[in-house]
Design a protein. Structure first.
Length: 451
């Protein structure tokens, strides 16, 4: 760890305009490169709002995704734009940020520079790695080929499209039992929320819209290796969630994991074979494989090893946070640890600039929550003093709604998301919800053959 600011680096790639001094600073300021525009990356950038630095935010996408609501996109409750924020919009309030739409390929930490996919090199004084993670299929045979992950906007849209493709196919079938069998792999918060949303969609939105499909032909099942769902919650909340899911017609297959995924089936470790027209995978995440090329120390799961100050082990001036990083405290891969870790990185970079010692992360666990459906949710809120407040039913649902709306980036996203959720769950709109339909292929007449 170092307590002094390095000499400002000069960026080698002038195409990005990174050499332009900020107003009032005739010389280039210290350069902070942030790789990844997720929860941790955004928090780090915002924490440096008033710092005398130049910030380059690099992301493979042009938007930030609010992943806790992706399942609403996948089930037709929200538009994709409701849960994404244009990263270049940061410059409206923060002029020291420059956004680059690119992908990190390698890093030379001795020379303090990184190479992007377009072969451009960018020098840095401080590097912040918050590149996020991807779906973990745990080497399950067939999972990568036939299961649908839900970790990005495009993946959520793909689930929604295939959902409606299958429903339209079932509506044309002459078989009364031809419908839609959805298997959700993973009984954590994401798995429970997508299963609950699908059940709600089936009961309120699709039953009247698809009279051709027999009600029992649209099934939703959750497969969880452990004996209970939502292991991170208190037993009382787990029991309530399981009861509510079953009340909504969701079947729970507990105690056996997934041995293989087939095109139209999921095979469990106990030999059970479950028919599946659509398999949604929400069982875990892990860092991207290319992280191994970035010259950073990793643990056995591929996460970047950092200290309590979020600085990468053995690399002063290089930081990491979010799901891609693991600290001695081994915090859960959730939004709040990422946000608090990213914010601390910003403050610690300011401390280095001022010659002050770095601070360690004092994580404040505010609690966690999950929604099952209309007026049904669970919430575990940690009150001051460490006493947990456990909520269920409508009260927890209102808390869930408030927290998620306020956590979104940008006023437009908050307004449109609130409108979408109110029209899906609120009285009296819930009685006649119209889902945001997926892109079902157009029916076209055959082309006339050339004479």
């Amino acid at each position: 760890m170092t307590d002094s600011a390095p000499t400002p680096a000069h960026t080698e790639d002038e195409d990005y305009g990174l050499e332009t001094p900020l107003a009032g600073h005739p010389e280039p300021l210290p350069h902070v490169v942030v790789v990844g525009g997720g929860f941790a990356g955004m928090a780090a950038v915002k924490a440096l709002h008033d710092a005398p630095v130049r910030i380059t935010l690099i992301d493979r996408r042009v938007y930030n995704t609010f992943q806790p609501l992706l399942y609403q996109v996948a089930t037709g409750g929200l538009n994709p734009g409701d849960v994404t924020y244009f990263l270049r919009g940061l410059r409206l309030k923060q002029k020291n940020v420059h956004v680059v739409h690119e992908h990190l390929v390698e890093a030379d930490h001795r020379a303090k520079k990184i190479r992007l996919l377009n072969d451009h090199w960018i020098s840095y004084d401080y590097l912040v790695v918050t590149a996020g993670v991807t779906t973990n299929f745990f080497d399950t045979p067939g999972a990568k080929e036939y299961a649908f992950p839900m970790y990005s906007r495009s993946q959520a849209i793909r689930i929604r499209d295939n959902l409606f493709i299958r429903l339209e196919k079932a509506a044309k079938s002459k078989r009364a039992d031809d419908g839609l069998r959805v298997v959700v792999v993973g009984g954590g918060a994401t798995g429970v929320e997508v299963a609950g949303a699908l059940a709600e969609l089936r009961t309120a939105g699709l039953a009247p819209a698809y009279p051709e499909i027999h009600g029992d032909a649209f099934e939703v099942k959750v497969v969880q290796r452990g004996g209970e769902i939502l292991k991170a919650f208190a037993p009382k909340l787990r029991s309530y969630a399981a009861k509510e899911l079953r009340h909504r017609g969701v079947s729970l297959h507990l105690g056996a994991g997934v041995a293989a995924v087939e095109r139209e089936a999921v095979v469990l470790t106990d030999g059970t074979r479950i028919h599946a027209d659509l398999t949604v995978w929400s069982a875990g995440v892990h860092p991207h494989e290319e992280v191994a090329e970035w010259g950073l120390p990793q643990d056995e799961y591929g996460r970047i090893k950092v200290g309590d100050d979020m600085q990468v082990e053995g690399l002063p001036g290089v930081f990491a946070a979010g799901d891609i990083a693991v600290s001695p405290a081994d915090l859960p891969q959730l939004a709040q640890p990422a946000i608090q870790g990213g914010a601390l990185i910003g403050r610690n970079i300011e401390a280095l600039l001022a010659g002050r010692p770095l601070r360690e992360l004092r994580y404040v666990d505010k609690g966690t929550m999950a929604v099952i459906g209309r007026r049904a949710a669970i919430a575990e809120i940690n009150l001051p003093g460490g006493r947990p407040l456990r909520l269920t039913k409508g009260t927890a649902w209102l808390v869930w709604l408030f927290v998620h709306i306020m956590s979104l980036v940008g006023p437009r996203n908050r307004v449109t998301t609130l409108a979408g959720l109110v029209t899906r769950y609120g009285f009296p709109f819930h009685r006649r919800p119209i889902p945001i339909v997926g892109d079902v292929p157009t029916v076209r007449p055959p082309k006339a053959s050339a004479g």
